[in-house]
Write a protein that binds this ligand. Structure first.
Ligand code: CDP
Length: 203
């Protein structure tokens, strides 16, 4: 079975949680495409050219330790604006999306650029304030030393870079279901997404 669920949206909107849950529920493979850009960013922060890092990315680069820091998040949205970096990561993501058995991929451009033929597209959003608070809590309840205002500034800066870049900007695919999770619990958001997927699963 070829069946792709593409989940896009801005930072900390709940994509990751929804994607993991959908994958588990329906027995689909899951790829968090943000990890690819984060891994490139981590190598770039150690001095490697971003394009070379993207071309030489290795599965061991995706182990999560150190990939979720504020510095790596900010650098990820910078390297993600480089067309050659995005190009180097396309084939792997396309192959994953269309693998046999079905796949869920979350990111920014999955339903628009990586897999426009995806059987299910979700665009998950929430207000910047709600997203900043979620991210702040995720960072251990004290923002890993950052104030809530700092986290909100980071969210705004990353939104701007992701939406304004020329290559693969963050935008909802015209055929995506938009899910604004500002006033939803994560459990409610997951249920809404799962109902949408269940209605489209073959068989
Ligand atoms: O988890 P969060 O939503 O904060 O970020 P992420 O999904 O891990 O993505 C980190 C950064 O990678 C984003 O700010 C984007 O700039 C970039 N990214 C992208 O450009 N395209 C994707 N498909 C996924 C991530």
């Amino acid at each position: 079975m070829i069946f792709t669920v593409a989940i896009d949206g801005p930072a900390a909107a709940g994509k990751g949680t929804i994607a993991r849950d959908i994958a588990r529920r329906f027995g689909l493979a899951h790829l968090d495409s943000g990890l690819l850009y984060r891994a490139v960013a981590r190598r770039a922060l150690s001095g490697e050219a971003a394009e070379a890092a993207a071309k030489g990315l290795d599965p061991s680069d995706l182990s999560e330790a150190g990939l979720r820091t504020a510095a790596v998040s900010a650098e990820a949205s910078r390297v993600a604006a480089i067309p050659a970096v995005r190009e180097a990561l396309i084939d792997f993501q396309r192959g994953f999306a269309r693998r046999d058995g079905g796949a869920v991929i979350d990111g920014r451009d999955i339903g628009t650029v990586i897999c426009p033929e995806a059987e299910v597209k979700l665009f998950v959003t929430a207000s910047a304030e709600v997203r900043a608070e979620r991210r702040w809590r995720e960072l251990g309840g004290d923002g890993a030393g950052q104030s809530l205002a700092d986290v909100l500034d980071d969210v705004h800066a990353r939104d701007r870079r992701d939406m304004e870049r020329a290559t693969s900007p963050l935008v909802a695919a015209p055929d995506a279901l938009e899910l604004d999770t500002s006033l939803m619990s994560i459990a409610e958001a997951v249920e809404a997404a799962a109902a949408h997927v269940a209605a489209r699963l073959p068989g």
